[in-house]
Design a protein around this ligand. Structure first.
Ligand SMILES: Cc1cc2nc3c(=O)[nH]c(=O)nc-3n(C[C@H](O)[C@H](O)[C@H](O)COP(=O)(O)O)c2cc1C
Length: 236
């Protein structure tokens, strides 16, 4: 049995393209592997709290008081969900060129010293090491604009995908796939084409990831779905 953790970060409960992509992924997966376990963490509707000075003190405390342990209870719960999962399905919009605040709050709650990473200056200039490994992250995005890839109109303005990629390393992610919708704010044919291409890309990814040993035959991919020409999937 493979365990999957689905995280929905859109603030929109209805009309959300990222939630729809995640629904399609989930339905396709469960049709192939009905006994697999999906945990849904809806941070769009129920955002985790921002970490605080007291939270940081509790996370770094050697001997925690009862109230400090209580302060970390949600973090413990969220980390347990990550620890359990082989595949993390992360459905998120781009807000102001980066991740929604709810998703940043989630990362701040789950990337935690002694729980998901260790810190040791004996390692030199890269003292942080993830404690988990072998996880796959499937990033499902939607953005209103388009062309964030290399050589494109909005090159250099995507702070969402690189941030998710970097932070998720500390959750034990070493395989990364990205399917995204573009042009949402234009609502034109380019958007429709991008949307259709994104939904069409779900099935092959599920096929690949849901194979018998759950290890993908696809290389890591960081892709947005473009409407133009025959390029279809544009690797970045
Ligand atoms: C508050 C807010 C900020 C946004 N900022 C951006 C942005 O910086 N760049 C962009 O391409 N689209 C931006 N968008 C558009 C969303 O990424 C787009 O509507 C997406 O489809 C939202 O995801 P959802 O459909 O799952 O709710 C923004 C939308 C909202 C509501």
């Amino acid at each position: 049995m493979t365990k999957l953790l689905r995280i929905d970060a859109s603030a929109r409960a209805s009309g959300s393209h990222t939630r729809a992509l995640a629904d399609a992924f989930t339905e396709s997966w469960l049709s192939k592997r009905p006994n697999d376990e999906f945990t849904l963490r809806d941070i769009g509707r129920n955002p985790p709290p921002f970490i605080s000075e007291d939270w940081i003190a509790a996370a770094f405390a050697k001997d925690r008081s009862g109230s400090q342990a209580l302060l970390l209870a949600l973090s413990d719960e969220l980390i347990a969900e990550v620890a359990d999962a082989k595949i993390i399905l992360l459905a998120t919009p781009m807000y102001n060129y980066g991740m929604p605040a709810a998703l940043k709050a989630w990362f701040d709650q789950v990337v935690r010293i002694g729980k998901t990473f260790t810190f040791d200056l004996a390692r030199g200039d890269r003292p942080l090491e993830p404690m988990f490994s072998g996880k796959t992250l499937v990033l499902l995005t939607s953005w209103g604009e388009f062309g964030f890839g290399s050589g494109e109109l909005n090159q250099g303005r995507d702070s969402l995908t690189p941030h998710v990629r970097t932070a998720s390393r500390y959750l034990g992610v070493d395989e990364f796939h990205h399917i995204g919708i573009e042009y949402q704010e234009f609502g034109d044919r380019r958007f429709e084409t991008s949307r259709e291409a994104a939904f069409a890309a779900i099935e092959p990814l599920v096929e690949s990831l849901s194979g018998a040993n759950s290890s993908s035959s696809l290389p890591n991919s960081d892709r947005a779905i473009h409407a133009e020409g025959s390029r279809g999937l544009l690797a970045r």
